[in-house]
Design a protein around this ligand. Structure first.
Ligand code: A3P
Length: 814
């Protein structure tokens, strides 16, 4: 009815009215369309300009911030230079990344994990690999980028085979290659500028004659860096040669909804590094971004130190002061930090002694830190009080000469004793100088610098320092240029911006490595310490699988020695899994005796929660890369029940107030405490997952799976297998050494006269059988995990434990 009425009404309208209605309708739909397009998720909103700080995040069209941002880098090969430089910058910035060899035709790596976008940014070392992707993969990647607001950075590095001029396939963008350029300009209108200061010009020719410039009439392309062609090489179609041409362009996403930054060269030119870092920040909505605030300390070591003829004279001190003044015009309040060894004051030529005096006259214009009285390396002092005495002499010198002593900062000559940690140094520093901060180049290794980290030991923050330079190199062109081209930030050298991101974020998780595996470390490691005071193998657990029984059987062997008991954690040291790790290698080694014979003594430690603590394999492998690893496995269903009973015996109120069935079947809405108990009962039993973590850091041949059920029923047999795996001699006769105790129901040590010595009451407890329905529930729960374990053990060529074979044979598995 309504429709007919409408038709009749329209017929009655005069023609001009109809036209008017049509015009209004068109205008309305255009307005609607404009509104829709401007709010479309395809196009990111304009970035806030200028960026204030990296702390705040730009809200993205589609927020995928639930995940840690990861960069997907398509490299040409694992050896390609540009690819390595890209990765180096990502590593220096502590950005997470994943590299893939760019597929020419093949498949894209998986971009989604469940419904979450895996990558926040895509980088192509060679942009042609992107534009030449086959239609299906290209569509897949573009849809992903458009939907999740993921940007693309690409490089086009011309070579002798590159066409001089060509269109970038599928884009309204033309490339002109193999050009020589000069006078680099930064376009102030480029939205991505962040670290890079707008409006600057780098005068003079750019290195190389293989530059590519981009040309387009499309409004989506905003030049970022522009240069002139070297006059003789202007190309006719590029217009007059005085025109500026874009070598780096920013695609604002107006063409196809994807934002990109394209470089017409590689990243070698220093300004490209800056723009690259800015592009990452911009395209990830500042999720991958470094704050502009940097703290830079320039230490000048060895003040007063050195043979006659090599020391600072008055002219050098003047140069130091004038350098400082110059730097202050660029970095407000810049002050050199001078490290002094008082013993050598006035020990130079007359001219040099005047230099010493001048330094002291100007002492209030500098900062000062103690460097050691006699410039001896601290690791050479084994005795803390002798070391402290040396420090006191330097302190006395400072007090007598009016040098401030309250910096709380010190540097050891050659960074000795800082890492590898020589605890005596830390102790003396704290007691004499109240040191809270020091630095090292050594942690974890000297090179490459970007891998260095800081850490905290005994409350002293150890920052990593980056490089050492000679003073006269300090005010190089590079440095002045970098300051001029960067925003007002408290930093000087460009490569510090790129590598020095973690100065303030000390890595609490520093890794202890064996000082004897690295010559540089060994050179600054106390001669009185041996690297052999470390275990040859670890019993890693998991808990409740019979680890104490295994530990006690192992210690019966004449060539096997366990650690001394820990006053904190009793029989277990628990070094790699928790706060003890920060006490360092000295602390760990003190648990082991000096081996009487390095080649035949087998020292070990057992800490049962190493097995399922994710950080442990990495840390253990860093210190004990050649160690053998023993893991004990019983049916995870029984392990979970044993853990629950253990908690009940320890009066855990949650275990006491809930049946085992309630614990393991509790849903996500259960109390936090109940879920914690559930997690601790169930999680260690997902054996394959944990073993895989170990296998990332240890080779399969270093790992031995011990059948915990067999250890309980036939320990002598199991111990023979372990002896064989360890290669320990002499072969010990466990059949004679062990005896089955009927009362206890377990195998025990046979003492002289045949009497048994069994483990305490807490091992082999008496408790009721598990309810059948709980067993059925857990069997189902672990089904997939056990199948995974089966696959893994087959892959490793390890024998299947009896309980796993039995589970496999049970009907529910068929
Ligand atoms: P239950 O007390 O639940 O029976 P862990 O030492 O890793 O904490 O493991 C304890 C478990 O070791 C005990 O769990 C017990 O079943 C098992 N076990 C195996 N051999 C043993 C032995 N010879 N003596 C005592 N307990 C042993």
């Amino acid at each position: 009815m309504g429709l007919w009425k409408l038709v009749r009404g329209v017929r009655q309208l005069e023609l001009h009215r109809l036209i008017l209605v049509l015009i209004v309708f068109c205008l309305l739909s255009m307005a609607f369309l404009a509104y829709f397009v401007s709010n479309s998720p395809k196009i990111k909103e304009a970035p806030p300009m200028p960026f204030s700080d990296c702390g705040g995040r730009t809200v993205k069209a589609v927020d995928n911030s639930r995940t840690e941002p990861v960069v997907l880098v398509f490299v040409e090969s694992i050896y390609s230079q540009l690819g390595q430089e890209i990765v180096a910058i990502l590593e220096s910035s502590r950005f997470r990344y994943h590299t893939e060899i760019a597929p020419s035709k093949g498949d894209m790596p998986t971009l989604m994990e469940r419904d979450i976008a895996r990558y926040a940014l895509v980088i192509y070392e060679n942009i042609l690999k992107y534009v030449n992707l086959d239609a299906w993969n290209r569509d897949l990647l573009d849809k992903y980028c458009a939907e999740f607001g993921v940007g693309i950075i690409g490089f086009f590095k011309a070579n002798e085979n590159s066409l001089l001029s060509a269109q970038l396939k599928g884009f309204p963008l033309f490339l002109h290659s193999n050009l020589g350029l000069r006078d680099y300009h930064i376009n102030p209108a480029a939205p991505l500028l962040y670290i890079t200061k707008p409006n600057e010009v780098e005068q003079g020719p750019l290195p190389g004659d293989d530059w590519t410039v981009f040309q387009s009439n499309h409004s989506t392309y905003e030049p970022v860096l522009l240069a002139l062609t070297k006059s003789s090489e202007a190309l006719a179609h590029l217009g007059p040669h005085r025109a500026l041409h874009a070598t780096v362009v920013q695609d604002l996403g107006l063409h196809d909804g994807i934002q990109r930054v394209l470089f017409g060269n590689n990243i070698s030119f220093w300004l490209h590094k800056l723009i690259f870092v800015d592009a990452i920040a911009y395209l990830t909505g500042k999720r991958l971004c470094l704050s502009l605030e940097r703290h830079l300390l320039v230490d000048v070591d060895d003040i007063f130190v050195g043979k006659e003829g090599t020391r600072m004279k008055v002219t050098d001190v003047k140069a130091l002061l004038s350098t400082q003044n110059k730097l202050q015009t660029l970095v407000p309040n810049f002050t050199f930090n001078l490290g002094f060894s008082g013993k050598f004051y006035h020990a130079g030529t007359e001219e040099e002694d005047e230099g010493d005096d001048m330094l002291l006259q100007h002492r209030h214009e500098f900062w000062w830190f103690p460097h050691m009285w006699s410039h001896m390396q601290p690791h050479l002092f084994h005795n803390v009080s002798v070391l402290a005495e040396q420090m006191r002499l330097n302190m006395q010198f400072a007090q007598e000469h009016g040098i401030p002593t309250d910096m709380g900062y010190a540097v050891a000559p050659h960074h000795s004793g800082v890492y590898p940690v020589h605890s005596q140094l830390y102790e003396a520093w704290k007691s004499v100088w109240g040191i809270t901060v020091t630095s090292t180049e050594e942690y974890p290794h000297l090179r490459p610098a970007r891998h260095r980290r800081g850490f905290i030991h005994r409350g002293i923050k150890v920052k990593h320092c980056h490089f050492t330079v000679k003073l006269d190199n300090l005010i190089q062109k590079n440095m002045k240029e970098s300051v001029r081209f960067c925003q007002e930030i408290k930093i000087i050298l460009i490569h510090l911006i790129l590598i020095d991101t973690a100065l303030l974020q000390l890595d609490q998780k520093y890794s202890n490595i064996n000082p004897c595996h690295d010559k540089r470390h060994k050179d600054i490691w106390s001669k009185e310490k041996t690297c052999d005071r470390l275990p040859k193998f670890l019993v890693i657990g998991p808990q409740k699988t019979g680890t104490s029984a295994l530990h006690s059987f192992l210690t019966l062997h004449p060539a096997i020695t366990s650690n001394f008991p820990s006053p904190v954690t009793f029989e277990e040291i628990q070094f790699f899994n928790g706060p003890n790790y920060h006490d360092g290698i000295d602390w760990y080694m003190d648990f082991f005796p000096f081996p009487s014979n390095v080649s035949t003594d087998f020292m070990f430690e057992k800490s049962a929660n190493y097995f399922d603590t994710e950080v442990v394999p990495k840390r253990a492998a860093a210190l004990l890369p050649r160690a053998k690893i023993l893991a004990l496995l019983i049916n995870p269903v029984d392990r979970a029940y044993s853990w629950y009973q253990h908690q009940r015996a320890h009066q855990d109120p949650v275990a006491i107030n809930h049946t085992f069935h309630e614990v393991v079947t509790a849903g996500p809405s259960a109390s936090k405490e109940l879920l914690t108990l559930q997690n601790r009962s169930l999680k260690p039993g997902t054996y394959a997952t944990h073993l895989e973590h170990w296998l990332v850091h240890y080779q399969a041949r270093q790992l031995h799976i011990v059948d915990g059920t067999l250890l309980r029923s036939n320990p002598a047999l199991v111990m023979d297998g372990i002896q064989q795996f360890l290669g320990v001699t002499p072969i010990f006769n466990y059949t004679q050494a062990l005896v089955f105790d009927e009362g206890k129901g377990f195998w025990c040590q046979r003492l002289e006269g045949g009497r048994p010595k069994c483990l305490g009451k807490s091992k082999g407890r008496k408790y009721p059988e598990m309810a059948p329905e709980t067993r059925a529930f857990l069997t189902e729960y672990y089904r997939e995990h056990n199948l995974e374990l089966l696959r893994l053990l087959n892959l490793l060529g390890q024998a299947l434990p009896t309980w796993l074979r039995e589970e496999l044979q049970s009907t529910s598995w068929s």
